[in-house]
Write a protein that binds this ligand. Sequence first.
Ligand code: ADP
Ligand code: ZN
Length: 360
Amino acid sequence: GTLIVELGDRSYPIHIGQGLLEQAGVYFARHGMSRKSPHLIISDGNTAPLYLNRLTDSLAHSGYKVLSFIVQPGEKSKSLSVYEEVITAAIEGGLDRSSSIVALGGGVVGDLAGFAAASYMRGIRFIQIPTTILAHDSSVGGKVGINHPLAKNMIGAFHQPELVLYDVNTLLTLPPREVSAGLAEMLKHGLIWDADFARWCQEHADSLLALEPEVLEYGLEKGCAIKAKVVSQDERENGLRAILNLGHTIGHAIEAIAGYGTFLHGEAISIGMVGSAMLGVRLGADPSLVEETRSLLQSLRLPVALPRELDTDTLMGAMMHDKKFKEGSITFVVPLSIGQVEIRKDIPASLVREVVEQLK
Ligand code: ADP
Ligand code: ZN
């Protein structure tokens, strides 16, 4: 299907389906992309061998000039030095204002390529071809960027893609852990906004895990649609958009202290969402909320507890460094029930500590 994301005075389509990679040239043409200017594809060492040829063939077949630049897989490619290499490739390749930068890959490639597109010649077109489930989340909202050695995602911009081509066939090669981790972010969209969608995720968990195309298409489209609804009401993150951070305060702290790579982002926020449910119950939600949240996440084969040996003080310390922390209380997205959350700016650190203990 096709979802039109409307943000302010701009809109762009997200096409979701099977075999879109092979039709990329057709979509480029339909979208009025220039055949005179070169287009630069950014991909990584895992996705390029699998999918880059199919994409370049399709674009070349439709008369497009394409160049590619392959980065190493993983977060370390979201760096200033790799960013410089991408810009060098863009200059050497002769990219001009009618060119585009195309991201073929997951969140890392999307963030890096998107930031290059946002900043090269003060901004050129950005096209996203996500190859992970998690990337459905970053295909809406326009946040792009790279890391500074001192802080993650510290250098960035808002730059909406021109076009998103989501070929669900490319997801078939994802490692199982990456599949579950991506589904965590999909389920999150149900947990913050739509109880029916959260229950749908559970009912179709086996089909989602088996990467059945029609089921995936529906889930991705719904996830993107919910995110688009939230973001369109709050493009620059002043209020409502913060609900997208459900599970992320604890999740980011887990990622930071466990060492990147120990927990995937989706796994860390899964544990974080259980913690948020525990907090919700302490603040008045029905006690069944915790078990219900756990069961939803477990159906997607996600972790729901912290390793016992993880040190509470270290985790609390990492959370205090989170920019949402202010004078002894923490801003938290707190669930009221499945599908409904509220933003609380007054959560005492001591309450969060109790939840962390409970999570072990
Ligand atoms: P995300 O943040 O969306 O999870 P990453 O860019 O970190 O994305 O990708 C996660 C890992 O999966 C990386 O090692 C990447 O190279 C790999 N990867 C991405 N897409 C695919 C795919 N379709 N098949 C196999 N591996 C993939
Ligand atoms: Zn996230």
